[in-house]
Design a protein around this ligand. Structure first.
Ligand code: FES
Length: 75
């Protein structure tokens, strides 16, 4: 099969976040989420695992359309 070239073209999405770990996993207690929380899915945030808006510049530069997943309490 053809090699997949995602994210930066290298095939690696994660360029800088906790690279010493074999796999980046984050556990967040639901009780600790206030009204809502936005979690990064573009791997460009400076505030992992939260979205800091960096996806906007990434999308502009690459033509991508990634954005966060937002968890929100039912009203
Ligand atoms: Fe990564 Fe917003 S900064 S999804």
């Amino acid at each position: 099969p053809a090699a997949r070239k995602g994210c930066s073209g290298s095939g690696r999405c994660n360029q800088s976040i906790r690279k010493s770990e074999a796999k980046v996993v984050d556990m967040i207690d639901i009780e600790n989420i206030a009204e809502k929380a936005a979690f990064c899915r573009c791997w460009k945030t400076k505030n992992w695992p939260y979205c800091d808006g960096s996806h906007g510049e990434h999308n502009k530069q690459t033509g991508d359309n990634v954005g966060p997943v937002v968890l929100q309490r039912k009203k």
